[in-house]
Ligand binder design. Structure first.
Ligand code: KG4
Ligand code: ZN
Length: 328
């Protein structure tokens, strides 16, 4: 089965052609990073306009890179939630038009389920049940993957997502957007023990809270500025990264042990972080994470999840709408 997949929930316009769920024939992404980095973060209105400008050509490129024509496509999968509503609407309406014109099924896909599916593309032997953690710019949550389309959330952030915390802390440190990769690079020359940052407490032990850590980092920077003390930015980056990765890995591994899981899968933009991968891997459990190309937003993961949704009987119709907030 050939699925044309579309992802436009934030600042990447991506189209992919995926065969039988796990075989990616093409995965083309147009990033808006340069346009948004001028403003230090994603500007929603700009994101929608840029998606409109390039979605047709990205789709054409995905079809031609896969060596297939429109008539070869069996179904269209699209991210419908969660995300920036104006950005989602571009992909959803494009997919509806394609499905209507080609008279093929339309498959709505939840973005977080897509991130989870990115590991199926990279690791052909991975199958449920296992414990997943999705860590991105908008989400941080731990889920039992009961089946390809059934999930039970056991912890999530109660305020900022981990990626968002990386981005805000990086900005305060004078590092470029998006912050995660720049904090990781700066941290290479720093001492992670130099600055002590707080480990937040949450009522549910598998929930996360990153706003206190972000505020503590901002306060440290403001105090140093007021006292005209020069900060060691590489060490602050290293301390911040160490703290976030310690929180994430500890909760993920503890949740796996207490719920009896031996297999773990990490995904989302922050899964690109080497220290986070190392800290989880150090516990000796069976541990999967996607290649860098599938950590960030991409349509291949939507095509993969779309396949399993379709097998499970999920199809949309022309009333499909974009939904900004929808928890898993
Ligand atoms: O999954 P993603 O591309 O978009 C969302 O669905 O949010 O994740 C983007 C997030 C950004 O916050 C970015 O700073 C973070 O992933 N990120 C990283 C790294 N690379 C990207 N965070 C930490 N370390 C990295 N190497
Ligand atoms: Zn994402």
């Amino acid at each position: 089965m050939l699925i044309l997949a579309i992802e436009s929930s934030c600042d990447e316009t991506s189209c992919a052609v995926v065969e039988d769920g796990r075989n990616v024939l093409s995965n083309i992404t147009a990033t808006q990073l340069d346009e948004h980095s001028l403003y230090g973060g994603v500007v929603p209105e700009l994101a929608s306009r840029l998606h409109c400008e390039c979605i047709s050509s990205v789709c054409e490129s995905a079809l031609s890179a896969a060596g297939v024509g429109k008539k070869d496509i069996d179904a269209i999968a699209v991210t419908f939630a969660p995300g920036l509503v104006g950005a989602l609407l571009v992909g959803v309406n494009f997919a509806k038009g394609f499905a209507l014109g080609a008279n093929k099924p339309l498959i709505p896909v939840h973005h977080i389920k897509g991130h989870i599916a990115s590991n199926y593309i990279a690791h052909k032997s991975l199958s449920p049940p296992y414990l997943a953690m999705v860590v991105s710019g908008g989400h941080t949550q731990i889920m039992k993957v009961d089946d390809y389309t059934r999930f039970t959330t056991i912890g999530r952030t109660i305020d900022d997502a981990a990626g968002e915390a990386f981005d805000k802390a990086a900005r305060a440190m004078g590092l470029a957007y998006p912050g995660g990769i720049h904090i990781e690079k700066a941290a290479l020359n720093g001492d992670s023990k130099k600055y002590k940052l707080p480990f937040p407490k949450t009522a549910n032990k598998y929930d996360f809270s990153f706003s206190g850590l972000k505020t503590a980092t901002l306060n440290l920077i403001h105090n140093a500025k007021q006292k005209k003390v020069e900060l060691d930015i590489p060490s602050l980056a290293a301390s911040f990264q160490h703290t976030v990765c310690e929180i994430l890995s500890e909760k993920f591994v503890n949740a796996a042990r207490e719920h009896g899981y031996k297999t773990l899968a990490l995904s989302g933009g922050v899964a690109a972080n080497s220290l986070l991968r190392e800290k989880i891997a150090a516990h000796g459990l069976e541990f999967y994470y996607p290649p860098l190309s599938l950590c960030g937003d991409n349509a291949a993961m939507i095509g993969c999840q779309g396949y399993y949704e379709y097998l499970n009987g999920t199809v949309g119709d022309m009333t499909l709408n974009a939904v900004a907030n929808q928890q898993l």
